[in-house]
Write a protein that binds this ligand. Sequence first.
Ligand SMILES: [Cu+2]
Length: 152
Amino acid sequence: MTAGGRTTTLRSGGTLLGLVVLSGVLTGCSGDDAGAAASPSTAAGVGEVTTGPDGVQEITVQTQDDYVFLPDSFTVDPGKVRLTVVNVAKEMTHNLEFTDDETPAPIAAGVSLLAPGQEMTIDFEVAEPGDYPFACTFHLQLGQVGTMTVRG
Ligand SMILES: [Cu+2]
């Protein structure tokens, strides 16, 4: 009787474990991390640096209802850069300003204010290699920062 009871316990325990693992997998598929990487709300081409026929490097960075730039870092070659910032947030206003006192050279452009659903494109030129930190000045304290690297 005792042995039978143990067997039953083991079996139900095994079944339970199986269900937990299965639901864990399902949860993982719709979890925040997976959603951020492959969410349909992510605009097409976000984070990809492409070079147009005019030789301008184009990159799109997304913001949403959190304190993260997506991506928070990207790399370009010296030359012309066209940066688009898309704010897909429903509630949050963001911006993107280069931290000029920390960049190898000043960037004469920035996105001063992006309301929910807005996007803005800025053009600038980089020559000096190095790391160019940028931030959302509204949410700097909350860690909304990123880095553009210019290759040497
Ligand atoms: Cu912000």
